[in-house]
Write a protein that binds this ligand. Structure first.
Ligand code: NOJ
Length: 545
């Protein structure tokens, strides 16, 4: 079994404030989450990633924070956090937290001090310009909601840089004092027992910004320093980075010797998955997997279908994006920032159980470690009446009970989805736990199989020629054995011939997971698949076959 735990992990992302309220104030909290750990253990989750848990004015779901060393009092205390870590340990679950170090809230005491006095010790912790920079309106991340990347600060009559919203001033990483402080932040949370971090906006963290030019120098060496620090403090800790950058640049983030960030979200493949599902064609993924750069052995992709943000389709060609919009987000209100879709997966796929399961098997079949988001396992929907990305950040639906069993309070942090096909009376954990045919029961079956198949996380992946436009075939080999994943992205039943390919006919193919009982795959010359069908076939196993 390979050593690197994160290559065999199943990561579950959640926002504490919308997961489970324990004290009746309408806001989810750490004690509430702790009370639900057995649910996550049974689901087959091995690692939990918490969206930001720090004190915040709450203008960007916690990504605007005011104290790196504390827990948002609405969520609990540091004591509750340590207890959560302990209870995770008891169940063999690891915890990672968001590391938001590109920027702070404009209400962070550092920025309050920096803007109030040019001689403040924190003045150089942010990026300033005495006059309006010529490129002040370029590079916005949230078009329609963000005017530019430099804003005027009246208090100090100067301009400050912010990659994201104006209330999120960027920290000046060129200042060694900032890097040292972030090192202390990282060390602090490692000491409290986290197994690593999800690093927010990694490319923006390491760019050196000057007011007079749009050119940016990228300081990848700062990532080496971060990695070194983490490795010294906790050898097996991981950094899972958000870097939605062109493929050529990705390798720089992993580092030429895998000595920077060990794990990166695969944004490019995320978009190709939606294109493939929209078109019922395997072609986008064949190209994506084949053209994916080889990454260092210790490095790993993280795959995802939905995260807490919009689905960013900006990497697709215009005609491709149009197809995905037409199929999955046709109304203007479902789209966001001129590039994405602000919906959850189940409604995008029309609530069709076969397509939903196919989509997840597709995600799990691609190279890398899967990340799933709370509520996906029961097929939750979105509330488009909520602003921007909040549409997909509604409370977890635990039961057909008041406030979906999330909270006894009359008012909750965000309204629960109460009506329609995806409201809590129709979609909730309790009902699905009792139904062996439910999506939740299916997740409880597929995740253990995935974890029993380390090939998916760390094997060598080869794309098979299935000679069928709709069928994706992937083979994984690693010292533990070999598996095939064969998926029909179309809706018509097919039979594919995988036999003449070198190396494919070894072993005795056994279905380890499939959408239904199929005739044995035999010599692989006639592998049957139903419309939207899928099969994971084990070819050989080194030990315990
Ligand atoms: C990326 C996060 O995923 C997103 O939710 C947030 O708004 C921005 N970073 C700004 O922190």
């Amino acid at each position: 079994m390979p050593e690197r735990w994160y290559q065999q992990a199943v990561i579950y992302c959640l926002d504490v404030e919308t997961f489970q309220d324990s004290n009746g104030d309408g806001v989810g909290d750490l004690r509430g989450l702790t009370s639900r750990l057995d649910y996550l253990a049974r689901l087959g989750v091995s690692t939990i990633w918490l969206n930001p848990i720090h004190p915040t004015p709450g203008r960007d779901d916690g990504y605007d924070l005011t104290d790196y060393y504390a827990v948002d009092p609405r969520l609990g205390t540091l004591g509750d956090f340590v207890e959560l870590v302990h209870q995770c340990d008891n169940r063999g679950i690891r915890l990672i937290i968001d590391l938001v170090v590109n920027h702070t809230s404009d209400e962070h005491p550092w920025f309050v001090s920096a803007r109030s006095d040019p001689d403040s010790p924190y003045r150089d912790w942010y990026v300033w310009s005495p006059t309006e920079p010529p490129n002040a309106e370029e590079g916005v991340v949230f078009p329609g909601y963000q005017r530019g990347t430099w804003s005027h600060d009246e208090q100090s009559d100067s301009w400050y840089h912010h990659r994201f919203y104006a209330f999120q001033p960027d920290l000046n990483w060129s200042n060694p004092a900032v890097r040292e402080e972030i090192g202390r932040v990282v060390a602090f949370w490692l000491e409290l027992g986290v197994s690593g971090f999800r690093m927010d906006g990694a490319p923006f963290v390491i760019e050196e910004v000057h007011p007079d030019t749009a050119d940016r120098v990228m300081h990848y060496e700062w990532l080496n320093d971060l990695r070194d620090l983490i490795a010294w403090r906790r050898g097996d800790a991981v950094v899972l980075a958000e870097a939605n950058v062109p493929r050529e640049q990705i390798l720089e983030f992993f580092g030429p010797r895998g000595d920077r960030l060990p794990m990166m979200f695969n944004f490019a493949e995320n978009q190709q998955m939606f294109l493939a599902l929209a078109r019922g064609s395997a072609a986008p993924l064949v190209t994506a997997v084949q053209s994916s750069p080889a990454i260092p052995p210790a490095a790993s992709w993280a795959t995802f279908l939905r995260n807490h943000d919009e689905i960013d389709l900006s990497g697709l060609r215009e005609s491709e994006r149009a197809d995905v919009f037409a199929k999955f987000g046709p109304d203007k209100d479902m789209q966001l920032y001129d590039r994405g879709i602000r919906r959850r997966l189940a409604p995008m796929l029309g609530g069709d159980p076969e397509r939903i399961r196919l989509a997840y098997v597709l995600q799990f079949s691609l190279p890398g470690t899967p990340v799933i988001r709370y509520g996906e396992e029961i097929g939750m929907g979105e509330d488009l009446s909520l602003d921007q990305r909040n549409a997909i950040r509604t409370p977890m639906q635990w039961a057909d009970a008041p406030q979906a069993g999330f909270s006894p309070a009359e008012e909750t942090v965000r309204p629960v989805i109460a009506k329609g096909d995806f409201g809590y009376p129709a979609v909730n954990v309790r009902d699905q736990q009792r139904d062996p045919e439910s999506l939740l029961s299916w997740f409880q079956r597929v995740l253990p199989v995935l974890r029993e198949s380390p090939e998916f996380g760390s094997g060598k992946c080869t794309v098979l020629d299935t000679r069928h436009e709709a069928v994706l075939g992937l083979r994984y080999d690693c010292p533990t054995g070999s598996v095939l994943a064969v998926l029909n992205l179309g809706t018509d039943a097919v039979t594919v011939d995988l036999s003449p390919q070198p190396g494919v006919t070894d072993g005795f193919p056994v279905d380890v997971f499939a959408d239904r009982d199929y005739p044995a795959a035999g010599d692989l010359s006639a592998v049957e698949l139903a419309g939207s069908g899928y099969r994971w076939l084990r070819l050989s196993r080194a030990v315990g076959a």
